[in-house]
Design a protein around this ligand. Structure first.
Ligand code: TNX
Length: 528
């Protein structure tokens, strides 16, 4: 059993004031003189909703096991560690009282209690065979309900263990949605019983472009690694991940890209494209003209069956249907698409996408799901229940909110973690492009341009990890951390952001990442 010595993280003297460094920043903290010590003899007492509290008890026990080397058992009374549901607190909100007599967590719901444990993990110190907590009264809860991370598992595949590790990292930062990008031109990553070729063909590309994709025509200067890249999640693995996430109060929203970013699907079933040609799973990264045919009914039969299986696997209220970057070049040459336009009275090729999105929305609605889509879905008109994920800036989000739609803000300029973290004169791994230092993530204001009423429609924010140039988990963590710490404060502590305090807290957070073995970028303010 490993005993991990956590660094002394709390009670730092800064200019004479004692500060408690927690990320994301809690609502209020009052430090009390006397600390609270917990050793193996302590017991956990749970009051109310024992069943629902089970994942919280397990997280507490994991925390104690990792720090004390032994776990704490539950007792029916007289425990030193108390967990209580308190209806006076809002969902996800919690209070921590730590004092000489013990530790008490009160929470509005089990998620709130889970977040309390995450806070404790950050402020605990191991001393003389026990955990010591600062004496404190802490009150906390999130500003925004949706705090997401998108993992693109299509461009590069991340095995189950990596996804779980990402979920652990998210939990530490109190992030609560994993948007799982499962299909794209370069790979289909989820097993669908009705269409076995999606994984037998669609989950493997023969080779991958080396270095930066120049776009446009690929001439002889382009080099490939000549190594197949493959991988997919079985249904059993998907269920395992969904369960693992739920135990950490994280919802998983799957994304099945439609009607663009479809080459892996078309390579698996050529009849899904406008020409019926056989393609291979894409080996380069640029936007592709080969998209789903909107004219043929077989496309919708396919999507209805795929989405039925997807809806059954994911308990989430939402399914993400993609919708971004869908060229209309193939549709313009397609007799089926032309027929569709005349039959349905659709005046523009873009209108075909609007038609397709509405049909998918109806299909998903019959499975009890609502849709999320990239902001292009707005261009062709959407229904009021669709959620818009604003990525080309916040303008589409503002537009969607103005028409009463719910919005998730994830603009490239603040949320794209596939962008460089350092200026171009610093040596760093090849990235998509752009420049997104941690301070810029932190400066993100998802409410800009919105009236007070419209702000209600902003569900939250999301960091996006597109993985064209992110090959493995090590690199993924390097791109994610510490920028995720900044995003967690945008989502959780928006109303009380303070860059000076944050950067100071970040310094401390580094030792936490070290203790947990997470890789991070040594960004400025984050050096030794
Ligand atoms: C745009 S963001 C895309 C992705 C790329 C990404 C690279 C979005 C909805 N589409 O397909 O991976 O840029 O930053």
């Amino acid at each position: 059993m490993t005993i991990m010595a956590l660094p002394f993280l709390f009670g730092c003297d800064v200019g004479g004031d004692k500060l408690l460094y927690v990320i994301p920043e809690p609502v209020s903290v009052e430090l009390k003189g006397l600390s609270c010590a917990i050793d193996q003899e302590a017991r956990i007492v749970v009051e109310g909703a024992e069943g629902e509290m089970q994942p919280v008890i397990e997280e507490l026990q994991r925390f104690f096991r990792n720090t004390l080397g032994d776990t704490l058992s539950c007792a029916s009374a007289e425990g030193k560690v108390k967990l209580k549901l308190d209806t006076a607190l809002a969902p996800s909100f919690y209070r921590i009282h730590a004092g000489r007599t013990g530790l008490e967590i009160r929470a509005g719901d089990p998620a709130g209690a889970f977040y309390a444990v995450q806070t404790l993990r950050q402020v605990a110190e191991v001393k003389r065979g026990g955990i010591v907590l600062p004496g404190m009264e802490l009150y906390d809860g999130p500003d925004l309900g949706y705090r997401g991370v998108m993992l693109d598992a299509a461009r590069h595949f991340f095995p189950v263990e990596d996804v779980k590790r990402l979920l652990d990292i998210m939990a530490l930062h109190k992030m609560n949605v994993l948007h799982w990008h499962l299909t794209d031109d370069q790979g289909w990553r989820i097993e669908i019983d009705a269409f076995p070729n999606l994984v037998s063909v669609g989950s493997t590309r023969a080779r991958t472009i080396i270095g930066k994709d120049p776009g446009g025509e690929y001439d002889e200067t382009v080099r490939y690694d000549e190594t197949p890249h493959s991988g997919y999640y079985t249904k059993q693995q998907v269920r395992d991940i969904v369960r693992y996430a739920a135990d950490r109060f994280i919802t998983v929203i799957p994304e099945i890209e439609f009607p663009g970013h479809a080459v892996a699907a078309l390579a698996s079933y050529p009849y899904l494209g406008c020409t019926g040609e056989q393609f291979v799973v894409r080996e380069t990264w640029d936007i592709d003209d080969r998209v789903f045919c909107i004219g043929r009914e077989t496309t919708f039969d396919f999507m209805a069956k795929v989405l039925a299986e997807v809806a059954e696997l994911f308990p989430s209220e939402y399914v993400h249907i993609g919708g971004d970057e869908c060229p209309d070049k193939a549709w313009k040459k397609c007799p089926y698409c032309k027929n569709r336009m005349s039959d349905e009275g659709i005046g523009t090729y873009r209108g075909l996408q609007g038609y397709a999105v509405k049909r998918l929305e109806a299909i998903l609605s019959s499975y009890g799901k609502k849709i999320v889509g990239w902001d292009e879905i707005l261009d062709a008109g959407i229904s009021s229940s669709a959620v818009v994920m604003s990525w080309r800036g916040c303008e589409s989000g503002v537009k969607a909110a103005a028409s009463g739609n719910k919005v998730i803000m994830s603009p490239t300029d603040h949320c794209y973690f596939d962008y460089y973290q350092f200026p171009s004169d610093v040596t760093q791994p090849l990235a998509w492009g752009g420049f997104l230092p941690i301070e810029k993530v932190y400066a993100f204001n998802p409410y800009e341009g919105l009236s007070v009423e419209q702000r209600e429609l902003v569900l939250g924010v999301q960091a996006n990890l597109w993985t064209e140039y992110i090959h493995d988990m090590l690199q993924l963590e390097y791109m994610l951390l510490p920028r995720l710490a900044a995003m967690s404060e945008v989502g959780w502590s928006l109303s009380r952001k303070d860059i000076k305090r944050f950067l100071m807290a970040c310094e401390r957070f580094k030792s936490l990442y070290d203790a947990f073995g997470y890789k991070y970028a040594k960004v400025a303010h984050f050096e030794d």
